[in-house]
Ligand binder design. Structure first.
Ligand code: GLU
Length: 476
């Protein structure tokens, strides 16, 4: 439970924003213009289900339109409220600015527990919500482009895209009205894994910098690092999977809604994930130490803590007991402003949400571009690339034979070298590049300025600086 003096999520974001602008020299008034949410639309609509009319409440908040369209997910959860969507919309503005995705920030939410409804009912509810938003241009390829968030996925995005298309039959760009769609309905390869993949790339980049590793009191590489993950949903699952399968990390604890599992030798992410899909939680999983009060494991000894579930889970009530030297915020707002201060004083390094989970919106950007260009990435160049590589391989092999040099290229090298990049490779390459570049811009501020002591403040400085530049260019 959070204590009474804990600010709301929206206030938390503003407090962090204020801490950063205090170090900037913005023209009077611009600071407030950037901080405030431009508009929040609340809709209450009825859907006849199970023989009666059910009324649902939904929101779409637009934080900043310095660039359009504005971008951000739609969340389905009973905890959705105006304060939360506004905080999340603000974070979207800063996130997009930091990773140079050319969007303003927005966010939506529907107060609903998706598990209470069957698929057919959810489709009717989603279509109706989409209708309400689309008719006010709160879903529109050039003005406001939603995406998945907690409780939604590609299925809901496909319904939204189809609903928009039905309402705009002559809009040739209608597919770009929403991202995170299934690949066969205008989506892009690698979008589902994107946020988790981005968390992995962020950690890989962090571990390329000795000075930064030392700042957290760590050493070495990602190999063998003990990682605790909270939330094995889309983001946490992919992050944990890639870090354990590709970087040698040990996932020592997994915290879910119904409890936590701990195994110092490392848990099998795929196996735990399959268990959760089948049983709805981690309770009863045959290995690891289960506790009902899973949040206790946030306080367990580890090298890296990945909160990938709800906001505010690290707050004034537990911050003092957090032992992880490095926290990467895969969720939005998992650390409250109060806890952030406590953790900073303890010397814990936090890789902030606006950077850490920006992989989702980055690949959404690629999807939107793909939809507008009406062509899959790699379609024009792939075979040409392969043909040019083949030329080199042929030439080298001919040279070796001619001069009787006696060497050959290994079949595995040839196979890898000759393969031209398809959409998935290009998406991953673009995401990796984005995560490296954004880290570089934060890191530079973090190390170059004596008054910036943490990555979050650095991230805000970079992001706000970019938004301010856009506003200035607009003549504000
Ligand atoms: N909901 C995700 C986020 O919070 C993705 C947003 C998007 O792709 O537009 O970043």
């Amino acid at each position: 439970m959070t204590q009474a003096k804990e600010p709301s999520f929206r206030d938390s974001v503003d407090l962090m924003f204020n801490r950063a602008v205090a170090l900037m020299d913005l023209p009077p008034g611009l600071e407030e213009k950037i901080r405030v949410c431009n508009a929040t639309y609340t809709v209450r609509f009825g859907v006849r289900l199970r023989g009666q009319i059910h009324t649902f409440t939904g929101y779409r908040s637009v934080h900043s339109e310095h660039m359009e369209p504005v971008k951000g997910g739609i969340r389905y959860s009973l905890a959705v409220n105006q304060d939360e969507v506004e905080a999340l919309a603000a974070l979207m503005t800063y996130k997009c600015a930091l990773v140079e995705a050319p969007f303003g920030g927005s966010k939506g939410g529907l107060c609903i527990d998706p598990r209470d409804w069957d698929e057919h009912e959810l489709e009717r509810i989603t279509r109706r919500f989409a209708y309400e938003l689309a008719k006010r241009d709160l879903i529109n390829p050039s003005q406001n482009v939603p995406a998945p968030d907690m409780g939604t996925g590609e299925r809901e995005m496909a319904w939204i895209a189809d609903q928009y298309r039905r309402m705009n039959t002559t809009d040739i760009n209608s597919r770009a009205c929403v991202t995170g769609k299934p690949v066969n309905a205008g989506g892009i390869q690698g979008r589902t894994e994107a946020t988790g993949r981005g968390v992995q790339y962020a950690l890989q980049e962090y571990f390329r910098h000795g000075e930064d590793i030392k700042a957290a009191g760590l050493s070495g590489t990602l190999d063998g690092k003990r990682v605790i993950v909270q939330g094995l949903g889309n983001v946490g699952y992919h992050a944990a999977k890639f870090l354990s399968e590709e970087d040698g990390c040990k996932i020592t604890a997994i915290i879910e809604r119904d409890g936590g599992l701990l195994d110092e030798n490392g848990l099998d992410v795929e196996d735990v994930h399959n268990w959760i899909v089948k049983h709805g939680g981690v309770d009863g999983y045959p290995s690891g130490r289960f506790i009902r009060e899973g949040a206790k494991y946030l306080e367990h000894d580890c090298d890296i803590l990945i909160p990938a579930a709800l906001e505010g889970v690290i707050n004034l009530s537990n911050a003092e007991r957090i032992k992880a030297p490095l926290i990467i915020e895969a969720a939005n707002g998992p650390v409250t402003a109060g806890a952030d201060e406590v953790l900073r004083e303890k010397g814990i390094v936090i890789i902030p949400d606006m950077y850490a989970n920006a992989g989702g919106v980055t690949v959404s950007y690629f999807e939107w571009v793909k939809n507008l260009s009406h062509i899959r990435f790699g379609r024009m160049g792939r075979r040409q690339e392969e043909a040019r590589h083949q030329l080199i391989v042929d030439e080298l092999e001919a040279l070796s034979a001619d001069k009787e040099l006696g060497w050959t290229l290994s079949p595995s090298f040839k196979k890898r070298y000759l393969r031209g990049a398809g959409e998935l490779e290009l998406v991953r390459s673009g995401l990796d590049d984005t995560m490296r570049a954004a880290y570089g811009s934060m890191r530079e501020v973090w190390h170059a300025r004596g008054d910036v002591k943490d990555l979050r403040t650095a991230a805000y400085l970079v992001a706000i600086g970019k938004v301010a530049t856009s506003y200035r260019a607009l003549g504000l």
